[in-house]
Design a protein. Sequence first.
Length: 644
Amino acid sequence: MEDKLKNIFKKEIDPLSSDEKLKLIEASSKLVGPGVFYSTIIVIASFLPVFLLTGMEGKLFSPLAWTKSFILIVDAFLAITLTPVLISFLLKSKLRPENKNPINRKLESIYTPILTLCLKWRKTVLAVNIVALLIGALMFTRLGSEFMPPLDEGSILFMPVTLPDVSNSEVKRILQVQDRLIKSIPEVAHVLGKAGRANTATDNSPISMIETIVLLKPRHEWREGKTKADIINEINNKLQIPGVTNGFTQPIINRINMLSTGIRTDVGIKIYGESLDTINALSQKIKMALDGTSGVKDLYAEPITGGKYIDIVPKRDVIGRYGLSIDDINNVVEASIGGMKLTTTIEGRQRFSVNARYAQEYRNSIEALKKLQVQTMDFGPIPLESVADVKISDGPPMVNSENAMLRGSVLFNVRDRDLGSTVKEAQAKLNEMMTKMPKGYYVEWSGQWENQIRANKTLSLILPIVVVIIFLILYFTYRSMKEALITMITVPFALIGGVFMVYFYGINLSVAVAVGFIALFGLAIETAMLITIYLNEAMNKMVEKYGNSKETLTEEIVREYIIEGSVKRLRPKLMTVSVSLFGLIPILWATGTGADVMLPITVPLIGGTITSTIYVLLVTPVVFEMVKLRELKTKGKITLIDAK
């Protein structure tokens, strides 16, 4: 039965009896079962970094890793249990050898001479691969970086900020002008603007902050050649209003940034300290230093001073002569300006307060406030300015605190450049300033950069552990350190194609790209492990035939069996690659929401799958042959004669 199993690809086998069929299936399962088991463990182990991601990157990509893992587990279980049973029912006629398949025969006729040539020119093949690896490493160092690929939500959130002392009437006028100018752009469908805070306790926006949601028309209705970036630039050019700092983002990502980091832009520099004046001075210095940096857009220092307050200070020596107290003055101010609660009206289960205060024309200016009437017992009503100083003073528009310290922020978005290099250039410009910070003051980088640092730290800590785990699995699979190393060196060469594809597509390194490389890592190890198993099987057949023979073992004989083991792996390898590519390549032309995130995952997988296939089919046999030839020479049990 073992002879029939070994010769299954060489000649047709007559219909098998039930006992022979069961023995054949059992022998095949012994060969295939361990490979399926270990390859499944390797792929699942390669996804360990994805499982350990936290934050929004973990919420986004962990379902992908869990889905892939469960599919592999079920697939391995069915391959070991259900597949042999189905074969026992469906295997009725003669077993046809692979060379009877015209497609497989054609592929073998192409592959065999190429592999023979690679085995003949071993050093040249390795040199070419090393050069390609060095080029890929150089390209990798020139890739940009970002936390997550920008997801096109299909709409724009325009967030301009005015001066902190802007009045209600002025901010309403600005909002109306902006909405009208934005609506004049042909690609804009609807515009909805809001100034100040919403009717919720979680929105602490001041009146000087405007949020305008811009809904765009379907892309087929846009002007020819227009992109979303062009529309943003057109809006920005039209809305150059004095005293207003423009800012652009998207509705969903803005809320996520605000909730996770407290920063409404891509990057924020938080300045901590004890004095608002010092924090404000540092903020302005940082803003001036970053002004003009490539990629830095919508640069804005949150105003810490500039707020306007109405101070009403009672004149203590005067109110005593009128028989008044400070509470009397405060009650007048509260009733006339703030409003006094008179009663509560009940309508069903709802309760409404009824307040009374002066009409707006009696309280809309400093002069009107000075003329408010204060009732006295002996002198009748007198103006408020007689018993109190009414004036406007400067102060902070809003006091922010974090970690029990006062906080200021310098905010900016990143456009037309990757996030990583932009922040690094900004940090380089601020290095000298950071060393001269006053005692008790320090800065902290936040926003998307904070998330990127967290994700990179998690991946850098976990990936070495994953490599060690996979190496141990390979070692226990082969029981050989050399063969485990042969399989592991496949990984960097498999990553070459991924790096090439990412570079030429102009995609920045991000968590999505890292997930793509992690998936490629497991796929490359799996395919390399399977071809190594086939090559080991070929070596075992060679040892069975020539181990006890007096015939001298030559390099040609070793090469013959290596070619035989490699050709065996050709069809399943090409089938695996074809299935992967057929499923991945359509994503390259995908459009719509979500395509921005899927493309960075898919591109390294496609490029790496192609180069991994080339390496596994051509270079792995070369390395395997070199290792086996050296091993046979050093053992001394078999005399090896060079074929030359």
